[in-house]
Ligand binder design. Sequence first.
Ligand code: BG6
Length: 509
Amino acid sequence: MEKGDDPTSEIEQGAAVQPCTLVIFGGSGDLARRKLIPALYNLLLDGTLLPNYAILGIGRTGLRDKEFRAICREGVLKYSRQTLDEGKWAGFERRLFYLPGGIDHLKTYHDIKTHAEKIEGQLQLPHNRIFYLATPPTSIVAVANGIEQAGLVKGADGLPAKIIVEKPIGRDLISAQEINTVLGKVFHESQIFRIDHYLGKETVQNLLVLRFANGIFEPLWNHKYIDHVQITVSEEEGIGTRAAYYEEAGALRDMVQNHILQLLCLVAMEPPWSLDPDVVRDARLEVLQSLRPITGVQVNENTVRAQYSPGVINGREVPGYRREPGVKPDSQIETFVALKIFIDNWRWAGVPFYIRTGKYMPKRATEIAVQFKDVPPVLFNANRDAPLLPNVLSMRIQPKEGFSLQIMSKEPGSKVLVRPVSMDFQYGNTYSLASPEAYERLLLDVMSGDATLFMRRDAVEVAWAWITDILEGWQKHGTKWLPEYYAGTWGPIEADRMIESDRRKWRTL
Ligand code: BG6
């Protein structure tokens, strides 16, 4: 490369960030304190948040602005990626406001309107409002209706409001449709931003760049060269204090319906013809539409569900799931799930995608591994007793973000010894800047109206339809008792059997 040549290529995406008022329902709650406020503060530090904005927290707790600001400050001190700068904080804090109110009372929405108009008048902001539901999913209907009845769907200056909703959108196909219908009655689809925070992760965004900004992978990215794909999302944590939610969810609903299926879409989708949000979302949707349904008794061959029993994590003894506070002593909720999935399209015909996720596994690791087919059993691979290891491209989403390609190489020396070596790229070693948090990117995208990384209604429902088949299969044909795995292990023996019966193995992470 000539001196002065810069190989970096910046891709223009979407419109510019617009001045706005961000109204957070659940303003003093966990999500706001841990993720949203620190994310906004980091956007300010990075210079990506516009100088003109306001943040209005809404909640049942009777707080004044001063107390709300103190809660936010504590959140930033504890959870922010970058440390607190007193000067910058002082400017940020002046734009934080709080309004007490219950989401079930129409008065709250009228108060929001009056309050927002007052703040917008003071700060000379347009009536460009973003409503963030950092509240349990059961509140979606009440908030959407409240916004409509108080005339908040558009500002007085005609600017359409945006609404951000967190997962889970429902717990099966029917409930998801009901929620989407309510949202759809009040808002146009372009105003609705359904968050899947995995899509905001830097490494997840890099999946498309890796696939479509390089010439060497795409020609091999199909059933002719790929043996199988493994996606693992293992968590070291248990369910913490979320028993009430988790008892209604379980691993399939909590992790697979959304995060893991989205990872699968990014690995498997066709090249979109442009980076337009709906073109990219159409390409992801097509993968979901091509998933082979797992119905009826097929659940027994293609899925494994299990629950953790007492075990040891990092030298600490932990109780079994059924002994967690708030969990029923005979709970049948799965904390681990493994699936064998097929995508019935031309590219992926016959290629299994094995996925697994669970709580209280030995370590936190999210990885997508693409295993290529074996080389023919000749030359260096002629020894049947010691076949060569296949090439594997592993994309590590977290932690130790990066990717590596396992290739076979000759060990130096007079003998021909062929061993696997790995070509490695680690974000931490290559880039000095820490990656932004998923919520930073996602909030910025909403402010500029870019929906690429958000879930469209059709995708949510197609994913639920596929998941609902499995849930019904489990109910009608599943085993009476859930298999168990010791907390601190990689899942039940049944999950090993599922992949080993195909003469394959889970990767060691
Ligand atoms: C959430 C799930 O959506 O994602 C949690 O509800 C899970 O159960 C979390 O722990 C995992 O997210 P991350 O970013 O920590 O991998």
